[in-house]
Design a protein around this ligand. Structure first.
Ligand code: PLP
Length: 377
């Protein structure tokens, strides 16, 4: 990535201030490893905020998805119904287990998994004698998916749900935090997310045995013996106590960060919605979005790449929307159910700078340039 001073970034970390106290204490007490008091501390904070019963802190969101799939019993040859409109890290862990993703298109209101398409896909796979082994749904850009309708399909057919809430920590649906609807919810604390541990992730669940199993598998699945004995395949996926210390400081600021990101979204919308043809994703009545990234659909006649390049020349970072998984060469041979909505969004959408640390003058600069490029004065 090109760095020039004064660059306006898409999404960068913002420290709250207390992170270094937790990290310093960990160093003083020599808890510089994947055990130590910041881990249960951070997990407690996650549970407090989400109202989840159990949380397990892990080394990344991708690792968390991999473990979640393993915990609900996914194995080689299984099919997992997965949102197509997402980042590749949602789908890669399905491949790690030798299973196949079957991609489900979005609906237009939230851009997330369409419950009707999901139902058609389940029925189709059942007709083929292949019962889907799990549903992996994503809350993209922090906007909650249509959970009520999706959970109804999942419950009707008895299919476990994993929520990829990597981008959606702090978002709510029907008053409840996302990640608490499925059997397992996943968060990411990568540097570009709403809060960060520099790199990290977590799962949340209501089931104590799943949480215990996650701790066991994420620390090499060591049997209770005085020597190193293993009956199951494990992973080295535990978060470090240093990273968890950063996480504890960050959790103190989560609500403020959500407020800041929502204010950024409102600013862009107020300034830009008068441009003919521009579109923002509205928040349905059921939902409260953390607005991790503000996304827009460009008016007809404008291409994301030319706008992105022109803003780049002004030292402003913007990005394409995620390229749907069913269009990725990696997944060329996987099944897809849908009507192409995400491809149309990909072809006319853009993510705007949304860092919580953005200053008013930064936002004014982005808006001024966008108005110029979309030719309104
Ligand atoms: C960031 C992200 C992940 C992966 O999280 P990491 O911590 O980067 O491994 C998974 N799914 C989605 C939708 C993401 O945005």
């Amino acid at each position: 990535m090109i760095y020039r001073p004064g660059r306006i970034f898409l999404s960068v970390p913002q420290m709250g201030g207390h992170e270094k106290n937790y990290v310093q204490k960990a160093i003083e007490d020599n808890w510089v490893t994947t055990a130590g008091p910041n881990l249960p501390g951070f997990e407690h904070d996650i549970c407090q905020h989400t109202n989840a019963r159990h949380a397990v802190a892990l080394s990344s969101g991708t690792a968390a998805i991999h473990l979640a799939l393993r915990l609900v019993g996914i194995s080689a040859g299984d099919e997992v119904l997965c949102s197509t409109f997402t980042f590749v890290a949602s789908a890669n862990p399905i491949l790690y287990l030798g299973a196949s993703p079957v991609f489900i298109e979005s609906e237009a209101e939230t851009w997330n998994m369409c419950p009707d398409t999901l139902r058609s896909a389940v029925e189709d796979r059942l007709n083929q004698g292949k019962k889907p082994a799990a549903i992996l749904l994503v809350h993209l850009y922090g906007m909650p998916a249509k959970l009520k309708e999706i959970m109804a399909v999942a419950d009707e057919f008895g299919i476990p749900v994993i929520e990829d809430a990597a981008e959606a920590l702090g978002s709510r649906y029907g008053g409840h935090q996302v990640g608490t609807f499925g059997r397992i919810g996943v968060f990411s604390f990568n540097g570009n997310k709403i809060i960060t541990t520099s790199g990290g992730g977590a799962i949340i669940t209501a089931e104590e045995d799943l949480a215990n199993k996650a701790k066991f598998l994420s620390t090499q699945a060591k049997d209770p013996a005085p020597y190193y004995q293993h009956s199951e395949m494990g992973y080295n996926y535990r978060l470090s106590n240093i990273s968890a210390g950063i996480g504890r400081g960050q959790m103190e600021m989560l609500e403020v960060r959500v407020k800041q990101r929502r204010e950024i979204f409102n600013y862009y919308r107020n300034q830009l919605e008068s441009i003919e043809g521009i579109e923002f994703v509205a928040e349905p009545k059921t939902s409260f979005a953390n607005r991790w990234l503000t996304t827009i659909l460009l008016p007809e006649g404008h291409k994301p790449e030319s706008i992105r390049q022109a803003l780049e020349d002004e030292n402003i970072e913007t990005r394409f929307l995620w390229k749907p998984m069913h269009l990725q060469p990696l997944f060329a041979s996987n099944l897809y159910f849908g009507d192409g909505l995400s491809e149309r969004l990909f072809n006319c959408g853009l993510c705007l700078p949304s860092s919580s640390s953005l200053q008013e003058e930064d936002l004014e600069k982005v808006v001024k340039n966008l108005k110029k490029l979309l030719e309104v004065v």
